[in-house]
Design a binder for this molecule. Sequence first.
Ligand code: SF4
Ligand code: SF4
Length: 197
Amino acid sequence: MGNAESLHREEVRDDEKPLIAPCGIYCGACDIFLGRSRELARELHRIMDGFNFADVGPFFMGIERQEIQAFLDMLEKWAQADRCPGCWSSGGNPVCPVRTCAENQGFLTCAECDRMPCHAGKRTDADPGQDTQFWLELITKRYARWNIGNLERVREVGYRRFIDEMQERVRAGFLTSDVISDEPVITEAFKGAPQGD
Ligand code: SF4
Ligand code: SF4
């Protein structure tokens, strides 16, 4: 296990705190945080809509007009989405039990907790939406254990070196979307739950 001192938490600057989430996700490598895809979506929508692609697409690509329109609508929504400010700056799940749990114990991340990874333990809470183990397990599945690897790396080398290493990878083009599982993790976990519009 690690603790704030041995992990050199005092070397994390205030402006770096939003880069790293309690669960081990590195928000600084997430496109919703970086915002590049919003710009790309805006540009692609401008070009495709300008071409009236819903009109010509069925002839050139054999794709139904409605499908093209649904894609254009999705691009438009994506282009208008807010930038995520990072987990510690009120980004992510507003009622995330992992963040609440870490915050209540004064941890920057679960790397400081001797129960990490607590998702390996037995679930205790009947309400899955509020259960730390459920959420950490869900995130760990969605991120194909990348977040846990990050927390282990923090324990190995401390926060300073971890952040420097991650920033180097981000500069080289790495994004969280490179590690996210292609399994329907969220769909399976929330089967039957009402969906957003
Ligand atoms: S909201 Fe929760 S699951 Fe999302 S990044 Fe923050 S700690 Fe992780
Ligand atoms: S109990 Fe679990 S969610 Fe809470 S800080 Fe420890 S590892 Fe993180």
